[in-house]
Design a protein around this ligand. Structure first.
Ligand code: NI
Length: 177
């Protein structure tokens, strides 16, 4: 496996809508290795999610996992999940605001409103159907990654930039982190 280079804000790949993955490509060893590399890259950077566009591949693939993460302490665990061609349905009007960061927007955090409860439909890495409800932080991570696959970053979702904060200042001045 290898750790992939993460594209930073300003790289046009982050602003393109990613292409669907043809399901018959999932059996390709190259694509399976790419998914393994995405997982290794996410873990190496202490990310809770990673979209293929962030590692320069404009494909609708995202991985997520939350487990004792130093960048996001005290968040509920989410098992390792691979989402191929995900789609999201909003299940209630309720939104909640919380801090988000992004490996493509290093050192910054901002408060982002997100839908509280969503239904997620996707394929897994073997092409089997996934269909589940996600809420709270789990739903937030999926919406963040889904945005990446549609050329958006969390900054686009902030109400305004008054909470945009460097990590060091977050630790100094914001208590509700
Ligand atoms: Ni991100």
């Amino acid at each position: 496996m290898s750790i992939l280079k993460v594209a930073k804000l300003g790289n046009p790949v982050l602003r393109k809508v990613a292409g669907d993955v043809p399901l018959d490509q999932l059996s390709s060893p190259l694509l399976q290795k790419f998914i393994d590399d995405m997982i290794e890259t996410m873990r190496d950077y202490d990310g809770v999610g990673l979209a293929a566009v962030q590692v320069h591949e404009s494909k609708k693939i995202a991985v997520l996992e939350v487990a004792d993460n130093p960048r996001y302490p005290n968040k509920p665990a989410v098992p390792l999940t691979v989402l191929i061609n995900p789609s999201i349905t909003v299940l209630s009007d309720e939104t909640e605001e919380d801090w988000e960061g992004c490996l493509s927007v290093p050192e910054l955090r901002g408060r982002v409103p997100r839908q509280k409860t969503i239904r997620v439909q996707a394929g897994d890495r073997d092409g089997k159907d996934l269909n589940f409800v996600a809420a709270g932080f789990h739903a937030r991570v999926i919406q963040h990654e889904w945005d990446h696959l549609n050329g958006k970053v969390f900054l686009d979702r902030m109400r305004d930039f008054s909470t945009l904060t460097y990590l060091q200042e977050l630790a100094r001045h914001w208590t509700d982190k």
